[in-house]
Design a protein around this ligand. Structure first.
Ligand SMILES: [Zn+2]
Ligand SMILES: [Zn+2]
Length: 295
């Protein structure tokens, strides 16, 4: 059985210098973005005019664009949580076939992720949690490395053929999504510009960094490092004590509850814990499009 090593990953947390460098680069990117938005050079104005005159809704109030972006990223998060995580990885929910196809397509457009890669990495995380074989343990790699380089750690495992064969059993290999994964975000980019004009570009940027930020960074990093524990699991998993994070992550922030009972479709267990994903799956079950395993 062949093992493909695509990149090497370092273990151990980032040094203070490395953290400052990352914050510096991010700050510089943000500052240049604000600068170009406030004082666009002539060439940028011509591009903006060209794009906006061809767009469908280029003159909506700014709140509409913010709202649409939030809805987009929320649907993406729900698809990750419900389809990739609860359904495909753990089998705690089953969806009507066409609902599954739609979620898989949405994830391709907004995350470029192929189902088998995500499932294999996550199953390996559960099987090897907090060991040097865990793809993204902050206990092994340090929370800053997982927070900022979570996507790199994910890619390291997701493009390892050995990992896919061992942990991706039973998951369909959709060659189109595997071969043309990056075409999805390109389609999203073109669609955004066509629908919303030049403002579609920052909307697209938010859509693209959302899952690397909230799944790879917040859940894989903070979810094994900061927060409270309801259950004494043999890992360092935590529930993040924030209702906002619970809403933004569709319930995935109750990570200790999930590690304790991996086969439950419901992640909240105590009063005050919010799991929107559970409500969505119940709603889909109510209209006959999903079936939840007993909690
Ligand atoms: Zn975990
Ligand atoms: Zn899981």
């Amino acid at each position: 059985m062949s093992q493909i090593e695509t990149t090497s990953v370092e273990s151990g947390d980032l040094t203070l210098n490395e953290r400052f460098r990352i914050f510096g680069i991010l700050g510089l990117i943000l500052a240049s973005f604000v600068f170009f938005a406030l004082w666009p050079p002539r060439w940028l104005q011509s591009i903006e005019m060209w794009v906006n005159t061809r767009a469908v809704w280029s003159n909506l109030p700014i709140w509409y664009y913010i709202l649409i972006t939030l809805v987009d990223v929320h649907i993406t998060t729900a698809c990750v949580s419900l389809f990739l995580h609860r359904c495909q990885t753990h089998g705690s929910i089953t969806f009507n076939r066409f609902v599954g196809y739609a979620m898989e397509f949405w994830l391709w457009i907004f995350t470029a992720m192929a189902t088998i890669r995500w499932v294999a990495v996550h199953r390996k995380h559960h099987a090897k949690v907090e060991t040097d074989e865990d793809p993204h343990s902050p206990v092994m790699y340090g929370v800053w490395r997982v927070f900022f380089y979570g996507t790199k750690l994910y890619h390291h495992a997701a493009y390892d053929e050995f990992v896919l064969r061992k942990y991706g059993k039973g998951i369909a290999r959709r060659w189109f999504y595997l071969k043309f994964s990056l075409l999805g975000p390109v389609i999203a980019f073109v669609l955004n510009l066509w629908l919303f004009g030049i403002v579609g570009f920052p909307m697209w940027l938010v859509e693209m960094v959302w899952i690397p930020g909230f799944a790879a960074g917040v859940i894989n990093g903070l979810g094994h490092w900061w927060g409270y524990r309801n259950f004494d699991t043999p890992d360092n998993s935590r529930n993040l004590p924030s209702k906002i994070l619970a809403i933004l992550t569709c319930g995935e922030s109750s990570h200790n509850n999930h590690h304790y009972n991996q086969n439950s479709p419901k992640f909240s267990v105590k009063k005050g814990e919010i799991d929107l994903g559970w409500y969505y799956s119940r709603a889909l079950e109510f209209v006959g499009l999903a079936h939840n395993r007993n909690t």
